[in-house]
Write a protein of this length. Structure first.
Length: 181
């Protein structure tokens, strides 16, 4: 390729990239659902995402992992400074399982993975309309030792780590769903 052809090709790429950037930046600001901050209140009957999150009532989730997920959502995600009557209900079902990953020659498990699968539904209380539903997964590995106490503690830590991962993922999905409402 000659220098002249290379310069033409470079110029063509630069112009194409510039046109592409102009089109992309102009499209993102167009329309009703334009790019805007999730936590900002709009001037047209939108109380803001924080207030919407405060109006979510979380139902009881059975089990230790369910309790951790519920507490993480309640204490970290939702601002209880607003005295808002619940408008939405969050139903979560949790499935837990443990998988052995490392097996010694004697057949004993040396490592395990604790996994939580959570399915959730965000329901509007007044008309039982499902606003959003989704699935979240959390996994945490832990090693097994000869001490019973250390095994119990390692499993509890893995449960907590997986549950917090699930709660953060559910929170992100809820924020997106309530932002669109």
């Amino acid at each position: 390729m000659s220098d002249k052809q290379l310069m033409k090709w470079t110029h063509y790429l630069q112009v194409s990239f510039l046109i592409y950037m102009v089109i992309v930046t102009s499209i993102t600001g167009c329309g009703v659902n334009s790019l805007k901050p999730m936590y900002a209140s709009s001037l047209i009957n939108d109380p803001g995402l924080i207030k919407k999150l405060s109006s979510v009532r979380i139902t009881t989730i059975p089990g230790r992992a369910g309790q951790i997920i519920r507490n993480e959502l309640a204490f970290q995600s939702f601002n209880r400074n607003y005295q808002v009557t619940p408008r939405y209900r969050l139903d979560i079902t949790v499935t837990e399982r443990i998988t052995s990953t490392l097996v010694n020659f004697s057949g004993d498990s040396a490592g395990q993975i604790y996994q939580i699968d959570a399915k959730f539904k965000l329901i509007e209380i007044f008309n039982d309309k499902v606003i959003a539903n989704g699935v979240s997964y959390g996994r945490a590995g832990f090693e097994r030792f000869s001490s019973i106490f250390s095994n119990v503690r390692a499993r509890e830590d893995a449960t907590k780590r997986a549950a917090i991962t699930v709660a953060r993922d559910i929170k992100s999905q809820l924020e997106l769903a309530l932002h669109r409402v």
